[in-house]
Design a protein around this ligand. Structure first.
Ligand code: 5RP
Length: 222
């Protein structure tokens, strides 16, 4: 089975976590795109969706799926019922690295606004420790060199993502070479640096359930 076939299977399996009459948070990336395509079959049963990026909103609308602004949604419901999104890595405690697509800040906001986070990945994303995938950090442009210095002090090699601006008008710094053994502490440490909007460690907003696609089917890790 190819990686794309595994992604498609977990994307379809995530439909089981979509409850009728609720607002669903939707992530960004190739696996999330497959989920959006599957969600089209349920579009008349849900109240709507909140998108974690402009590109996701566009794909949802392309299927005729209602997209609400998060603030508008939270005047109608206390929380979104579920947030469904992919990840670049996940560890045994369901901590994640996210932001390969650069949407990490909105992804973290929508995850926080949801009652649960169902992460859809194929088995290539499973790691013992986060860090093999370069850690994305969304940074206000003025703070670029400051944050690069902090990343170097932590033993990483920061690289500015060339030609990329986030939906929030900021830059992404990808930090290579970190071995992240204490994800929650590093998430907090990086987020305390002025100019950091957020970083791609999702420990506070880690997954509640990971659906992992493998050649023999979908494994549920909860
Ligand atoms: C985007 C993300 C994605 O979830 C992550 O990059 C995984 O993407 P894909 O499903 O294409 O492998 O965090 O910011």
């Amino acid at each position: 089975m190819t990686q794309d076939e595994m992604k498609r299977k977990v994307a379809a399996a995530a439909l089981d976590y979509v409850q009728d009459g609720t607002i669903v948070g939707v992530g960004t990336g190739s696996t999330a795109n497959m989920f959006i395509d599957a969600l089209a079959s349920r579009k008349d049963e849900i109240l709507g969706t909140v998108a974690s990026s402009e590109v996701t909103a566009e794909r949802l609308r392309g299927h005729g799926i209602r997209v609400l602004d998060l603030n508008e949604a939270l005047t109608q419901v206390r929380a979104l019922s579920v947030y469904i999104d992919g990840a670049d890595e996940f560890d045994g405690d369901k901590n994640l690295t996210k932001g390969g697509g650069g949407a990490l800040t909105r992804e973290k906001i929508v995850a926080e606004a949801s009652d649960s986070f169902v992460c859809i990945v194929d088995q290539t994303k499973q790691v013992e420790h986060l860090g093999a995938f370069p850690l994305p950090i969304e940074v206000i442009p003025m703070a670029r060199e400051l944050v690069m210095g902090v990343a170097r002090d932590l033993g990483g090699e920061p690289v500015v993502r060339e030609g990329f601006t986030t939906d929030n008008g900021n830059i992404i710094i990808d930090v290579h070479g970190l071995l992240i053994t204490r994800p929650r502490e590093l998430e907090d440490e990086l987020n305390s640096v002025p100019g950091v909007v957020t970083n791609g460690i999702f420990s506070h907003q880690g997954a509640d359930v990971v659906l992992m696609g493998a050649p023999d089917g979908v494994r549920v890790i909860d």
